[in-house]
Every structure is written in C-alpha cells, then in structure tokens.
Design a protein. Structure first.
Length: 193
C-alpha cells in the first residue's frame, strides 16, 4: 500500500514541478524617487518576474554558466531523475532494479534537498519586501538652500511558481519516503512468511 501512495504522491509532485519551474517564482520591483525643491522625479529601476527556467536562461546569457548549470542540475535535473527512477521502480515490483533505483534515489535524496535550498533562497529574496532607503542632502546654490531627497523602495512578492515548486518539494520528499518504506516493509513481510 505504501508504494502505491508513494507513486501517487510522486505523480502529483511532478504535476506541480513543471508549473513550479516555468511560472514566475517571484516578482521584484524597485523604484527610485528624487525630490528637489518640491519637484519629484520617479523611475522604475527594476521591474521583473523570474521563474527558475528564466533565471537559468538569464544567468546563461550573462556568462554565469557555473551558477546556471548548478541551478539547472539541482532544480531540474536531479528532481526529474529522481521522479523517473521512482516511477520505473514502481513498475518493477520485486525486481532487483526496483531496489537499485530506490537505493539510488535514497542516496541522491540528500542532493535533492537543493530543491528546498532554492526555495529558501527565494524566501530570502522575498524578505526584502518593502525595504526602503532615504538619503537627504542640503546644499546651497547662489545663496539659496535646497534640499535633495533620494529614496528607493523595493517590493517583492512570491509568484505562482514559488507555491507550485514548494508543493513539488514537499510531495516529492513524502512520495519518495513512502516508496522506500513500501519496499522495505514488503521485504520484511516476505521474510516473515
């Protein structure tokens, strides 16, 4: 029964995985405002939404290939490999490959915690929400005192991709746990009988 639950949870997890890597993980908006003698000038410095795949693409094009490759490996490659191996193992009950695949999945499970690490990084980015800085200066021009105030405001929000990817991480970990426990309990039952 546990292996069936594990398989079902992994299928649900992969259903969350693709929207999780393709939909925006977060949006970032940074505004600059300058006030001089009652006149205000404002501008958007940054206004972007990034998904995991868009981030990888942007890093790749910026020649940050190592970082792009690591995010691709840990956020896309290992999760797909892990899910594929759990699904193949499900269709090979009692076969030697079932144990081998689940053993490999169990060993790379530690590496798949990088998924959770990626989500934690995005949470850290989101903690900058509503960060505001203001800098004021007073100076004299032709005997007149003028005051210049420059302020920036950073707003960040979690996007749909964040929730899909976080759901994928949790369901995948739980599904893999059930799959491995299902095989272990099955081998104990066959040993007892």
């Amino acid at each position: 029964m546990k292996r069936h639950i594990g398989f079902a949870l992994n299928i649900l997890a992969i259903g969350l995985f693709f929207p999780g890597i393709l939909l925006p993980m977060f949006s970032l908006d940074m505004d600059l405002a300058a006030s001089l003698g009652g006149s205000v000038l404002s501008s958007d410095i940054v206004d972007k939404e990034l998904s995991i795949m868009a981030t990888i693409d942007e890093l790749w094009h910026d020649q940050r290939i190592l970082v792009a490759s690591l995010i691709l490996l840990f956020s896309v490659g290992i999760p797909l490999l892990k899910t594929t191996m759990v699904c193949i193992a499900y269709f090979l009950p009692g076969h030697k490959l079932e144990r081998i695949f689940l053993s490999v999945v169990s060993n790379i499970g530690k590496w798949s915690m990088a998924d959770v690490f990626v989500v934690a990084i995005f949470l850290a980015i989101l903690s900058t929400n509503h960060a505001e800085t203001t800098d004021s200066h007073t100076f004299a021009v032709f005997g007149f005192k003028m005051s210049l105030e420059i302020s920036t405001q950073t707003l960040s929000n979690a996007g749909q991709g964040f929730y899909y990817f976080a759901g994928y991480c949790l369901l995948s970990l739980l599904g893999t746990h059930f799959s491995i426990k299902g095989v272990k309990s099955k081998s104990r039952d066959s040993f007892v009988s």
